[in-house]
Design a protein around this ligand. Structure first.
Ligand SMILES: [Mg+2]
Length: 412
């Protein structure tokens, strides 16, 4: 691992992207507070809003009715994903004229790697991209640009002076400007991870800077802690090749739980256990498979994919849809065993933002984190969503498989 002293990453994050695209396309609304919804309903939530609206106290996730109460002059437009995707493609083409786009992180965030001579004129390249976007995409679709020794810090830099930010974070400037950031401002630090850090005595970015890499690894329970720490310190950290990982549980059903109407409760419990382990290791999942064997030894399995998530509410909803599909297709009278697996495992920092990631799913994540930390303190599942049957044969998650010793929490 080497500590580069030059700017190796340029990160672009557009400001209030959907709102600013609408303003670019519709001159009459440019000077007005503007909110964007996914649906044409007064009860739907804002998926984003412009900076004029932000300054008036409007926040992403507010219901339209609530937002109008705070800011009566608020204009609402329903999102047009097809339009935003077209603009996104034009943006990528424009950036590519200056320096190759290394990775598209979301519809409004892209990363470029600077190599060789480019590193010496990083600021000039950044300014040229800013000018090019203004001229060829439109002056109202403003980017915030961050330049830093690695992707992590460049993303942080792009967030620092929004809107229309332009922040160059040199290795020799560290850690100064970082200390004014909250832990939750750092990419990859979820509410759950913030609580875990606080419990370990790390209350601020300064505290995180000052602990050792080894200590960070211990708090995270995995190498991600060490990687985040190293990136914070300006090291170039190559992502390890994505491991093929799965989180899942299976079990043989007995007694009344062979009845498909009761088996679903057991599958629920398997899902919750797998989700819990996923969160403990600080991952998200973007696919799930469900399989079962019927009493007459027929096997059914199905898979579903979804935007990366890690909360019980979302994962249970996906499980129930899969289960219903299985019941429809296999029409089993009795079940013999069932298994749930979470796939497409990634770190939260690798999760691209979803086009219509709603506030609801973020709230469910926060709620799940709260439930987890409470249950961890109580050392049992005191709070959980929906029914939690007593399953004969005991703990769903504590099967000792080859290669994995159960964690204490598996037994809650
Ligand atoms: Mg953005």
């Amino acid at each position: 691992m080497q500590k580069p002293h030059s700017i190796a990453c340029l990160y672009i994050d557009f400001d209030a992207f959907f709102a600013n695209v609408e303003k670019q396309l519709e001159p009459d609304i440019r000077s007005h507070p503007l909110g964007i919804t996914a649906l044409d309903s007064e009860h739907s939530a804002l998926i984003t809003c412009c900076y004029i609206a932000k300054r008036a106290g409007i926040k992403r996730g507010m219901r339209v009715t609530e937002a109008r109460a705070i800011c009566p002059s608020l204009i609402i437009r329903v999102a047009r994903p097809d339009v935003y995707v077209k603009i996104h493609n034009r943006i990528v083409a424009e950036v590519n004229r200056h320096v190759p786009v290394k990775k598209v992180w979301s519809i409004d965030e892209v990363e470029c790697e600077l190599i060789g001579q480019e590193r010496l004129k990083a600021a000039d390249i950044g300014r040229a991209i800013q000018e090019g976007l203004k001229r060829n995409i439109g002056p109202f679709i403003t980017p915030s640009i961050g330049l830093a020794p690695n992707q992590f810090l460049a993303k942080v830099a792009a967030e620092m002076e929004k809107p229309s930010g332009f922040v160059l974070l040199r290795a020799e400037d560290l850690p100064g400007p970082l200390f004014k950031l909250k832990l939750s401002d750092l990419p990859g630090i979820s509410t759950g991870m913030e609580t875990r850090l606080n419990n370990a005595g790390v209350m601020s970015t300064e505290d995180l800077w000052n602990i050792s890499a080894k200590h960070a690894r211990a708090i995270w329970h995995n190498v991600e802690g060490e990687r985040l720490w190293a990136q914070l310190h300006g090291y170039a950290v190559e992502k390890p090749p994505t491991q093929r990982r799965m989180f899942g549980h299976s079990r043989v059903l007995s007694g009344e739980f062979k009845d498909p109407r009761r088996a679903v409760d057991c599958v629920r419990l398997l899902t919750v256990k797998a989700a819990n382990r996923l969160r403990r290791e600080n991952y998200t999942a973007a696919a799930m498979s469900l399989s079962f064997k019927t009493q007459n030894k027929r096997r059914w399995s199905g898979e579903t994919q979804f935007p990366a998530c890690r909360d019980d509410h979302s994962l249970l909803a996906h499980m129930h849809r899969l289960y219903e599909r299985g019941m429809d297709e296999a029409r089993p009278r009795r079940l013999r065993s069932a298994s749930v697996m979470l796939h497409k495992i990634a770190l939260p920092s690798e999760r691209g933002r979803d086009l219509f990631e709603d506030q609801d799913s973020q709230n469910w994540e926060k709620l799940t984190d709260l439930m987890d930390s409470f249950n961890r303190k109580e050392k049992r599942a005191v709070i959980h969503l929906g029914p939690r049957p007593i399953i004969p044969g005991g703990y769903a998650g504590a099967k000792i498989a080859f290669g994995r010793v159960p964690d204490e929490e598996d037994f809650y």
